[in-house]
Design a protein around this ligand. Structure first.
Ligand SMILES: [Fe+2]
Ligand SMILES: [Fe+2]
Length: 190
């Protein structure tokens, strides 16, 4: 499946049915990229925060493209149920994204962030970037760029914020920054 996506034969198909979902996912990814840049800006990591944020959910985007393409070919007998589709994307996007990023030659850090950005504490050895992107992901959602996912923790009180020792005022500033930047770039994806 990863090979098929890499060949471009599925990524080139965009169904009208999923266009808004796809745009929502890109908006979320963009908001996460801005949040990551804002939050991680002062630290000296090897990887670019913006790109880490932009690609953290690439598995979801690719899986959705695949579903749209297969549906257009007449698979799934009338289309997939939306809640089933969302559950599938949530369950598999981490591993799928990591495999895709490996295939594209991205570093181990990119792969680990994609794999565990919803559960960074599960990584051994620890990956600080996964905690940062988890926080950036929550900040993007609180800014209104949520890709329709309900979270059980707030950004300010999240495990990631506590692990990174980020105070609530800094989280609030990051949300405001993301909203301001996204409102300035909103036209690009509308
Ligand atoms: Fe995700
Ligand atoms: Fe996300």
């Amino acid at each position: 499946m990863v090979d098929t996506v890499c060949s471009g034969s599925l990524l080139s198909r965009t169904g009208r049915k999923y266009r808004e979902t796809m745009n929502g996912l890109w908006r979320h990814s963009l908001a996460c990229a801005h949040a990551a840049e804002h939050l991680m800006g002062e630290r000296s990591g090897e990887e670019d925060p913006y790109t880490l944020g932009l690609l953290h959910d690439i598995g979801k985007l690719a899986l959705l493209q695949i579903v749209a393409a297969l549906e257009a070919k007449g698979r799934f007998d009338g289309g997939l149920d939306r809640s089933h589709l969302n559950a599938t994307l949530i369950a598999h996007h981490g591993e799928f994204g990591a495999a895709l990023l490996e295939k594209w030659g991205f570093s181990e850090t990119f792969q680990r962030v994609a794999r565990a950005h919803h559960d960074p504490q599960a990584l051994d050895p620890p990956c600080p970037e996964a905690f940062w992107i988890r926080l950036a992901d929550l900040v993007a959602k609180e800014g209104g760029y949520g890709a329709d996912v309900v979270e059980i923790e707030t950004a300010a009180d999240s495990l990631a914020a506590r692990h990174l020792e980020i105070d609530p005022a800094r989280v609030e500033a990051a949300v405001a920054r993301v909203v301001a930047v996204m409102e300035g770039t909103g036209e690009a994806l509308s």
